[in-house]
Write a protein that binds this ligand. Structure first.
Ligand code: PLP
Length: 377
Protein backbone atom coordinates (compact mmCIF):
# COMPACT_ATOMS: atom_id res chain seq x y z
CA UNK A 1 0.00 0.00 0.00
CA UNK A 2 1.47 3.37 -0.94
CA UNK A 3 0.68 6.71 0.60
CA UNK A 4 -0.22 8.21 -2.75
CA UNK A 5 -3.25 6.07 -3.44
CA UNK A 6 -4.75 6.63 -0.01
CA UNK A 7 -6.95 9.46 1.20
CA UNK A 8 -6.06 10.36 4.77
CA UNK A 9 -8.80 12.12 6.76
CA UNK A 10 -7.59 11.19 10.26
CA UNK A 11 -5.37 14.16 11.05
CA UNK A 12 -6.79 14.58 14.56
CA UNK A 13 -5.33 11.15 15.40
CA UNK A 14 -1.96 12.03 13.91
CA UNK A 15 -0.49 13.83 10.92
CA UNK A 16 2.08 12.76 8.32
CA UNK A 17 5.60 14.13 8.66
CA UNK A 18 6.36 16.92 6.20
CA UNK A 19 9.45 16.58 3.96
CA UNK A 20 10.99 19.68 5.60
CA UNK A 21 10.60 18.03 9.01
CA UNK A 22 12.20 14.80 7.76
CA UNK A 23 15.10 16.87 6.39
CA UNK A 24 15.48 18.55 9.79
CA UNK A 25 15.51 15.15 11.51
CA UNK A 26 18.39 14.03 9.27
CA UNK A 27 20.22 17.32 9.84
CA UNK A 28 19.97 17.01 13.64
CA UNK A 29 20.98 13.35 13.58
CA UNK A 30 24.11 14.20 11.63
CA UNK A 31 25.06 17.39 13.45
CA UNK A 32 23.90 17.19 17.06
CA UNK A 33 24.88 13.77 18.31
CA UNK A 34 26.50 14.98 21.55
CA UNK A 35 24.84 14.41 24.92
CA UNK A 36 23.46 17.83 25.91
CA UNK A 37 24.72 17.27 29.48
CA UNK A 38 28.36 16.71 28.39
CA UNK A 39 30.79 19.55 28.86
CA UNK A 40 32.78 19.00 25.64
CA UNK A 41 32.03 20.89 22.42
CA UNK A 42 29.67 18.22 21.06
CA UNK A 43 27.62 18.37 24.26
CA UNK A 44 27.59 22.17 24.37
CA UNK A 45 26.50 22.29 20.74
CA UNK A 46 23.63 19.90 21.43
CA UNK A 47 22.61 21.80 24.56
CA UNK A 48 22.60 25.16 22.82
CA UNK A 49 20.54 23.69 19.97
CA UNK A 50 17.91 22.53 22.49
CA UNK A 51 17.84 25.96 24.15
CA UNK A 52 17.48 27.59 20.75
CA UNK A 53 14.45 25.35 20.14
CA UNK A 54 13.06 26.23 23.57
CA UNK A 55 13.35 29.96 22.81
CA UNK A 56 11.64 29.45 19.49
CA UNK A 57 8.78 27.39 21.00
CA UNK A 58 8.39 29.86 23.90
CA UNK A 59 8.22 32.72 21.44
CA UNK A 60 5.61 30.75 19.53
CA UNK A 61 3.25 30.56 22.55
CA UNK A 62 4.17 33.93 24.05
CA UNK A 63 5.97 32.91 27.24
CA UNK A 64 9.53 32.95 28.54
CA UNK A 65 11.81 29.94 27.81
CA UNK A 66 11.92 29.18 31.56
CA UNK A 67 8.20 28.43 31.48
CA UNK A 68 8.43 25.79 28.75
CA UNK A 69 9.40 22.15 29.34
CA UNK A 70 9.91 19.47 26.72
CA UNK A 71 8.17 16.15 27.37
CA UNK A 72 7.51 12.90 25.51
CA UNK A 73 3.89 13.64 24.49
CA UNK A 74 0.64 15.40 25.27
CA UNK A 75 -0.37 12.67 27.70
CA UNK A 76 2.78 13.13 29.76
CA UNK A 77 2.35 16.91 29.74
CA UNK A 78 -1.22 16.64 31.01
CA UNK A 79 -0.09 14.20 33.70
CA UNK A 80 2.66 16.56 34.85
CA UNK A 81 0.33 19.55 34.91
CA UNK A 82 -2.50 17.92 36.83
CA UNK A 83 -0.19 16.16 39.28
CA UNK A 84 1.71 19.36 39.89
CA UNK A 85 -1.47 21.39 40.36
CA UNK A 86 -2.71 19.08 43.10
CA UNK A 87 0.60 18.17 44.71
CA UNK A 88 2.52 21.46 44.47
CA UNK A 89 -0.09 24.18 44.00
CA UNK A 90 -2.28 22.49 46.65
CA UNK A 91 -5.35 22.63 44.43
CA UNK A 92 -8.42 21.45 46.37
CA UNK A 93 -10.89 21.20 43.50
CA UNK A 94 -10.83 20.57 39.75
CA UNK A 95 -13.54 21.75 37.38
CA UNK A 96 -13.50 19.80 34.13
CA UNK A 97 -15.80 18.12 31.63
CA UNK A 98 -16.71 14.48 30.90
CA UNK A 99 -15.66 14.85 27.24
CA UNK A 100 -12.01 15.66 27.90
CA UNK A 101 -9.33 13.33 26.51
CA UNK A 102 -8.52 10.26 28.61
CA UNK A 103 -5.14 11.90 29.33
CA UNK A 104 -7.18 14.22 31.57
CA UNK A 105 -10.05 12.04 32.76
CA UNK A 106 -7.93 9.12 33.92
CA UNK A 107 -5.44 11.41 35.67
CA UNK A 108 -8.23 13.21 37.53
CA UNK A 109 -9.70 9.85 38.54
CA UNK A 110 -6.30 8.75 39.86
CA UNK A 111 -5.68 12.03 41.72
CA UNK A 112 -9.11 11.81 43.29
CA UNK A 113 -8.22 8.37 44.67
CA UNK A 114 -4.94 9.67 46.13
CA UNK A 115 -5.78 13.16 47.39
CA UNK A 116 -8.60 14.89 49.17
CA UNK A 117 -9.85 16.42 45.93
CA UNK A 118 -13.25 17.76 44.96
CA UNK A 119 -14.14 17.27 41.26
CA UNK A 120 -16.90 19.17 39.48
CA UNK A 121 -18.02 17.93 36.05
CA UNK A 122 -19.59 20.53 33.77
CA UNK A 123 -22.28 19.46 31.29
CA UNK A 124 -21.25 20.53 27.76
CA UNK A 125 -24.11 20.89 25.24
CA UNK A 126 -24.73 18.31 22.48
CA UNK A 127 -22.03 19.93 20.31
CA UNK A 128 -19.52 19.66 23.16
CA UNK A 129 -19.47 23.40 23.95
CA UNK A 130 -19.14 24.63 27.52
CA UNK A 131 -21.79 26.82 29.15
CA UNK A 132 -19.94 29.77 30.72
CA UNK A 133 -22.81 30.45 33.14
CA UNK A 134 -22.50 26.92 34.47
CA UNK A 135 -18.75 27.39 34.78
CA UNK A 136 -19.25 30.59 36.75
CA UNK A 137 -21.81 28.98 39.09
CA UNK A 138 -19.38 26.13 39.69
CA UNK A 139 -16.44 28.45 40.30
CA UNK A 140 -18.48 30.13 43.03
CA UNK A 141 -18.95 26.92 45.00
CA UNK A 142 -15.70 25.05 44.26
CA UNK A 143 -13.20 24.56 47.10
CA UNK A 144 -10.22 26.93 46.87
CA UNK A 145 -7.70 26.89 45.32
CA UNK A 146 -9.50 25.56 42.24
CA UNK A 147 -8.17 24.45 38.87
CA UNK A 148 -10.26 24.69 35.71
CA UNK A 149 -9.10 22.07 33.19
CA UNK A 150 -10.91 22.38 29.85
CA UNK A 151 -9.58 21.45 26.43
CA UNK A 152 -9.32 24.11 23.74
CA UNK A 153 -10.46 21.89 20.86
CA UNK A 154 -12.23 18.61 21.47
CA UNK A 155 -10.35 15.88 19.61
CA UNK A 156 -13.52 14.05 18.54
CA UNK A 157 -16.06 16.78 17.92
CA UNK A 158 -13.89 19.80 17.17
CA UNK A 159 -15.83 21.93 19.68
CA UNK A 160 -13.93 25.07 20.51
CA UNK A 161 -13.53 26.72 23.92
CA UNK A 162 -13.40 30.50 24.28
CA UNK A 163 -10.05 30.69 26.09
CA UNK A 164 -10.31 34.44 26.76
CA UNK A 165 -13.75 34.16 28.35
CA UNK A 166 -12.76 31.19 30.54
CA UNK A 167 -9.52 32.89 31.56
CA UNK A 168 -11.47 36.01 32.59
CA UNK A 169 -13.77 33.93 34.80
CA UNK A 170 -10.79 32.09 36.32
CA UNK A 171 -9.16 35.42 37.19
CA UNK A 172 -12.42 36.73 38.65
CA UNK A 173 -12.74 33.70 40.96
CA UNK A 174 -9.01 33.28 41.59
CA UNK A 175 -8.80 29.86 39.93
CA UNK A 176 -5.92 28.37 37.94
CA UNK A 177 -6.62 27.65 34.27
CA UNK A 178 -5.27 24.65 32.38
CA UNK A 179 -6.23 24.02 28.79
CA UNK A 180 -5.28 20.84 26.94
CA UNK A 181 -4.30 22.52 23.67
CA UNK A 182 -2.93 19.39 21.98
CA UNK A 183 -5.38 19.72 19.06
CA UNK A 184 -5.05 23.46 18.63
CA UNK A 185 -1.72 24.99 19.60
CA UNK A 186 0.17 25.95 16.49
CA UNK A 187 -2.86 26.09 14.25
CA UNK A 188 -4.25 28.72 16.60
CA UNK A 189 -2.01 31.43 17.88
CA UNK A 190 -2.35 30.54 21.58
CA UNK A 191 -0.59 33.38 23.42
CA UNK A 192 -0.35 32.02 26.95
CA UNK A 193 0.53 35.14 28.92
CA UNK A 194 -1.71 37.44 26.95
CA UNK A 195 -4.71 35.13 27.42
CA UNK A 196 -3.81 34.50 31.06
CA UNK A 197 -3.36 30.73 30.94
CA UNK A 198 -1.57 28.91 33.76
CA UNK A 199 -0.91 25.65 31.92
CA UNK A 200 -1.13 24.39 28.35
CA UNK A 201 0.42 21.48 26.47
CA UNK A 202 1.22 20.41 22.92
CA UNK A 203 2.25 17.34 20.96
CA UNK A 204 4.41 17.37 17.83
CA UNK A 205 2.63 14.58 15.98
CA UNK A 206 -0.62 16.55 15.71
CA UNK A 207 1.14 19.17 13.62
CA UNK A 208 3.24 17.16 11.14
CA UNK A 209 6.05 16.53 13.63
CA UNK A 210 7.20 13.15 14.98
CA UNK A 211 5.50 11.04 17.64
CA UNK A 212 7.05 10.84 21.10
CA UNK A 213 7.73 14.51 21.75
CA UNK A 214 5.65 17.29 23.26
CA UNK A 215 5.85 20.21 25.63
CA UNK A 216 4.10 21.98 28.45
CA UNK A 217 3.90 25.53 29.65
CA UNK A 218 3.52 26.60 33.29
CA UNK A 219 3.04 30.19 34.34
CA UNK A 220 4.84 29.65 37.65
CA UNK A 221 7.37 26.81 37.30
CA UNK A 222 9.03 27.79 40.58
CA UNK A 223 6.12 26.16 42.44
CA UNK A 224 6.49 22.77 40.75
CA UNK A 225 8.56 19.93 42.17
CA UNK A 226 10.37 17.41 39.91
CA UNK A 227 8.20 14.97 38.03
CA UNK A 228 10.88 12.50 36.86
CA UNK A 229 13.87 12.23 39.19
CA UNK A 230 17.14 11.63 37.43
CA UNK A 231 19.97 13.60 35.90
CA UNK A 232 18.33 16.98 36.42
CA UNK A 233 17.44 17.69 32.78
CA UNK A 234 14.65 20.15 31.97
CA UNK A 235 15.65 22.24 34.99
CA UNK A 236 15.24 19.22 37.28
CA UNK A 237 11.58 18.78 36.33
CA UNK A 238 12.06 15.83 34.05
CA UNK A 239 15.24 13.77 34.26
CA UNK A 240 16.44 11.81 31.22
CA UNK A 241 18.63 12.59 28.23
CA UNK A 242 16.70 14.94 25.98
CA UNK A 243 15.05 13.76 22.76
CA UNK A 244 17.03 16.24 20.70
CA UNK A 245 15.84 14.94 17.32
CA UNK A 246 12.22 15.10 18.44
CA UNK A 247 12.60 18.55 19.98
CA UNK A 248 14.24 19.97 16.86
CA UNK A 249 11.71 18.33 14.55
CA UNK A 250 8.80 19.63 16.64
CA UNK A 251 10.23 23.15 16.56
CA UNK A 252 10.61 22.91 12.79
CA UNK A 253 7.03 21.64 12.37
CA UNK A 254 5.63 24.44 14.54
CA UNK A 255 7.64 27.11 12.76
CA UNK A 256 6.41 25.84 9.40
CA UNK A 257 2.89 26.38 10.71
CA UNK A 258 3.73 29.87 11.84
CA UNK A 259 5.08 30.75 8.40
CA UNK A 260 2.08 29.33 6.54
CA UNK A 261 -0.70 29.68 9.10
CA UNK A 262 -3.24 31.73 7.15
CA UNK A 263 -2.85 29.76 3.94
CA UNK A 264 -3.14 26.39 5.70
CA UNK A 265 -6.06 27.53 7.84
CA UNK A 266 -7.97 28.77 4.80
CA UNK A 267 -7.38 25.50 3.01
CA UNK A 268 -8.74 23.56 6.01
CA UNK A 269 -11.77 25.88 6.35
CA UNK A 270 -12.59 25.33 2.66
CA UNK A 271 -12.31 21.55 3.04
CA UNK A 272 -14.62 21.56 6.04
CA UNK A 273 -17.24 23.77 4.34
CA UNK A 274 -17.17 21.71 1.18
CA UNK A 275 -17.65 18.43 3.03
CA UNK A 276 -20.49 19.85 5.17
CA UNK A 277 -22.24 21.06 2.06
CA UNK A 278 -21.80 17.82 0.15
CA UNK A 279 -22.93 15.60 3.04
CA UNK A 280 -26.03 17.71 3.68
CA UNK A 281 -26.99 17.55 0.01
CA UNK A 282 -27.03 13.72 0.09
CA UNK A 283 -30.39 13.79 1.93
CA UNK A 284 -29.52 10.69 3.93
CA UNK A 285 -30.38 12.20 7.32
CA UNK A 286 -26.72 12.94 8.11
CA UNK A 287 -26.27 15.44 10.95
CA UNK A 288 -23.21 17.43 12.01
CA UNK A 289 -22.05 16.88 15.57
CA UNK A 290 -20.64 20.38 15.88
CA UNK A 291 -21.67 23.98 15.55
CA UNK A 292 -19.78 25.49 12.59
CA UNK A 293 -19.24 28.79 14.44
CA UNK A 294 -17.96 27.19 17.64
CA UNK A 295 -15.75 24.41 16.33
CA UNK A 296 -12.34 23.91 14.79
CA UNK A 297 -12.54 23.43 11.00
CA UNK A 298 -9.94 20.67 11.08
CA UNK A 299 -12.55 18.29 12.55
CA UNK A 300 -15.96 17.45 11.12
CA UNK A 301 -17.79 14.80 13.09
CA UNK A 302 -21.08 13.62 11.59
CA UNK A 303 -23.87 11.27 12.61
CA UNK A 304 -25.11 8.78 10.02
CA UNK A 305 -28.49 7.19 10.85
CA UNK A 306 -28.76 3.43 11.14
CA UNK A 307 -28.84 1.32 7.97
CA UNK A 308 -28.01 -2.32 7.28
CA UNK A 309 -24.30 -2.89 7.32
CA UNK A 310 -23.43 0.35 9.14
CA UNK A 311 -21.07 -1.59 11.45
CA UNK A 312 -18.81 -2.09 8.46
CA UNK A 313 -18.85 1.54 7.35
CA UNK A 314 -15.31 2.46 8.44
CA UNK A 315 -13.92 -0.81 7.13
CA UNK A 316 -15.62 -0.32 3.78
CA UNK A 317 -14.22 3.19 3.50
CA UNK A 318 -10.79 1.83 4.37
CA UNK A 319 -11.10 -0.82 1.66
CA UNK A 320 -11.87 2.01 -0.76
CA UNK A 321 -8.61 3.67 0.31
CA UNK A 322 -10.02 6.22 2.75
CA UNK A 323 -8.88 6.59 6.37
CA UNK A 324 -11.39 8.13 8.78
CA UNK A 325 -12.14 7.57 12.44
CA UNK A 326 -15.23 6.47 14.33
CA UNK A 327 -13.95 7.40 17.77
CA UNK A 328 -10.71 8.67 19.20
CA UNK A 329 -7.37 7.25 18.07
CA UNK A 330 -7.02 5.36 21.33
CA UNK A 331 -10.16 3.38 20.59
CA UNK A 332 -9.81 3.14 16.81
CA UNK A 333 -9.56 -0.44 15.69
CA UNK A 334 -11.52 -1.44 18.78
CA UNK A 335 -14.80 -0.13 17.29
CA UNK A 336 -16.03 0.79 20.75
CA UNK A 337 -18.21 3.86 21.18
CA UNK A 338 -16.04 6.45 22.86
CA UNK A 339 -16.95 8.24 26.08
CA UNK A 340 -17.40 11.45 24.06
CA UNK A 341 -19.89 10.02 21.57
CA UNK A 342 -21.66 8.15 24.36
CA UNK A 343 -22.14 11.52 26.09
CA UNK A 344 -23.26 13.35 22.93
CA UNK A 345 -25.51 10.67 21.49
CA UNK A 346 -26.31 8.08 24.15
CA UNK A 347 -27.62 4.78 22.80
CA UNK A 348 -28.17 5.99 19.21
CA UNK A 349 -28.10 3.20 16.64
CA UNK A 350 -26.37 5.03 13.80
CA UNK A 351 -22.70 5.76 13.40
CA UNK A 352 -20.53 8.79 14.02
CA UNK A 353 -17.64 9.47 11.69
CA UNK A 354 -14.85 11.91 12.37
CA UNK A 355 -13.26 13.43 9.30
CA UNK A 356 -10.17 15.42 10.24
CA UNK A 357 -8.19 17.44 7.74
CA UNK A 358 -4.75 18.87 7.16
CA UNK A 359 -3.61 21.39 4.57
CA UNK A 360 -2.34 18.40 2.55
CA UNK A 361 -5.93 17.32 1.74
CA UNK A 362 -7.75 18.53 -1.34
CA UNK A 363 -11.31 19.24 -2.46
CA UNK A 364 -10.93 16.45 -5.05
CA UNK A 365 -10.24 13.98 -2.22
CA UNK A 366 -13.43 15.07 -0.48
CA UNK A 367 -15.45 14.55 -3.65
CA UNK A 368 -13.89 11.11 -4.07
CA UNK A 369 -14.71 10.24 -0.47
CA UNK A 370 -18.35 11.42 -0.83
CA UNK A 371 -18.73 9.25 -3.95
CA UNK A 372 -17.40 6.26 -1.99
CA UNK A 373 -19.75 7.01 0.88
CA UNK A 374 -22.72 7.23 -1.47
CA UNK A 375 -21.90 3.81 -2.89
CA UNK A 376 -21.71 2.31 0.59
CA UNK A 377 -24.88 4.04 1.83
N1 PLP B 1 -5.10 15.59 24.43
C1 PLP B 1 -5.81 15.61 23.28
C2 PLP B 1 -6.91 16.60 23.13
C3 PLP B 1 -5.50 14.72 22.26
O1 PLP B 1 -6.21 14.76 21.12
C4 PLP B 1 -4.44 13.80 22.44
C5 PLP B 1 -4.13 12.81 21.39
O2 PLP B 1 -4.99 12.30 20.73
C6 PLP B 1 -3.73 13.84 23.64
C7 PLP B 1 -4.08 14.75 24.60
C8 PLP B 1 -2.58 12.91 23.87
O3 PLP B 1 -1.48 13.34 23.12
P1 PLP B 1 -0.28 12.32 22.82
O4 PLP B 1 -0.74 11.42 21.74
O5 PLP B 1 0.85 13.19 22.40
O6 PLP B 1 -0.01 11.61 24.10
Amino acid sequence: MTKTNRIYFDNAATTPLLPEVIAEINYIAENFYGNPSSIHSEGVRAKSYIEECRRSMADFIGCSPGQLFFTSCGTESNNMILHSAVRDYQVKSIISSPIEHSAILNVIEYLQSEYDLEVHWLRPNHYGNIDLNELETTLKIAAKPALVSLMHVNNELGSLLDLDAVSKLCKQYDALFHSDTVQSVGMYDVQTEKIGLDFICGSAHKLHGPKGVGFLYMSNPGLSKPFIHGGGQERKMRGGTENIIGIGAMTKAFNLWKLNREERKNQIINLNRHLRKRLMSLNKGIECNSDEQQSHPKILNVYIPEFTGIEMLLINLDIKGIAVSGGSACSSGAEKVSHVMEYIRPSEKGKNIRFSFSHLNTIAEIDQMVEALMTIL
